[in-house]
Design a protein around this ligand. Structure first.
Ligand code: COA
Length: 321
């Protein structure tokens, strides 16, 4: 069994940190409520000159440096985002131009919070099929720009940021390493539980995020547990063999509940939600990069990525580094 190899990672955050207390000065909420219900203590919010494309480009540059590669080595960019710079062209093409890796393939994937899992699986499939040799897979968001800042039930939960990984097509030395198994799902019937109430073809506006948080929570634990088991089964790996789970960072309580259901000890779960809040498609690669750089995740480790988001969409991917 061999899949595309993960050669490096990088991440980027906006300059400005906003703590719960700062938020509580403007919104009817409190640090205590946010920490108790979600685990979030702060988030980064994009300022002037910072966009999804600039954050994605910074994360991509860091991932290239980590992999010891140049922009010209990349012939595929798959960028997951629900907050593109423009309706079109794809933000991936802006990143491609900014990096200077012109001539290859570049496109966006829209699967909201599970966008990185979708992008990783699509890039892995294209690399295996021979469409490209090396890919940048990026998750990047500026959710602060689609939040309704008068809605305390949603605006306290999200933040901005970007994460990226470099993938290489399987080669002679990749036996047992790389992306070992992936599973993706979608259920369009759940549209109204988590969506943005605007768009070019409906309202000609960007719109704001709307969510029924409690119902999303319930679905998330069930769907994530199921898809994690599917991936373990496909890879013929037991939950005990996993070194690290890198989940979508939506809510510390969802992370705890999902890990418990699978029998994975909490110390094997990477949690960064306290620092970044929910950065949607950026959250998995951002958490992964954070844990690689602080020395927790090491070469050779078996890592499970998982996420669920609007649509609903959800998925998981098992990678041997
Ligand atoms: N500050 C203070 N009080 C708040 C608040 C805030 N920011 N947001 C909501 N409340 C209040 C509500 O108005 C409600 O008050 P009431 O009982 O007087 O009506 C109370 O807190 C409880 O609200 P509820 O929505 O039932 O809380 P909860 O325990 O379900 O927690 C979430 C809310 C959003 C944190 C939780 O449901 C959640 O995390 N859901 C999953 C969301 C998610 O992960 N989405 C992304 C998936 S990609």
């Amino acid at each position: 069994m061999s899949g595309s190899r993960l050669l490096g990672s990088g991440s980027a955050l906006p300059r400005r940190v906003v703590t719960n207390d700062e938020l509580a000065a403007k919104v009817d909420t409190s640090d205590e409520w946010i920490v108790e219900r979600t685990g979030i203590r702060q988030r980064y919010i994009a300022g002037e000159g910072e966009t999804t494309a600039t954050l994605a480009t910074d994360a991509a540059r860091a991932a290239l440096a980590d992999a010891g590669l140049e922009a010209r080595d990349i012939d595929l960019i798959v960028l997951a985002t629900a907050t593109p710079d423009n309706t079109f062209p794809a933000t991936a093409t802006k990143v491609q131009h900014a990096l200077g890796c012109n001539g290859g393939i570049a496109f966006d994937v829209a699967a909201v919070c599970s966008g990185f899992l979708y992008a990783l699986t699509v890039a892995d499939s294209m690399l295996r099929a021979g469409n490209a040799r090396r890919a940048l897979v990026i998750g990047a968001e500026t959710f602060s720009r689609i939040l309704d800042w008068s809605d305390r039930t949603t605006c306290v939960l999200f933040g901005d940021g970007a994460g990226a990984v470099v993938l290489e097509a399987p080669g002679e030395n990749s036996e047992g390493r790389g992306v070992l198994a992936s599973r993706l799902h979608a259920d369009g019937a759940q549209h109204d539980l988590l969506y943005v109430d605007g768009g070019p073809s409906t309202t000609q506006t960007v719109g704001h995020l709307r969510m029924k948080g409690r119902e999303v929570f319930r679905h998330a634990v069930v769907n994530l547990s199921e898809v994690l088991n599917e991936v373990l089964e496909e890879a013929k790996v037991s939950a005990e063999e996993i070194d690290w789970v890198v989940p979508h960072q939506a809510n510390a309580r969802i992370l705890d509940a999902t890990a418990k259901k699978l029998g994975i000890p909490p110390e094997k779960v990477i949690v960064t939600v306290q620092d970044h809040a929910n950065t949607s498609a950026a959250s998995v690669p951002l958490a992964f990069d954070t844990a690689r750089r602080d020395g927790r995740i090491k070469p050779g480790d078996l890592v499970m990525f998982e996420a669920m988001g609007g649509g609903f969409t959800w998925g998981a991917s098992l990678v041997r580094l």
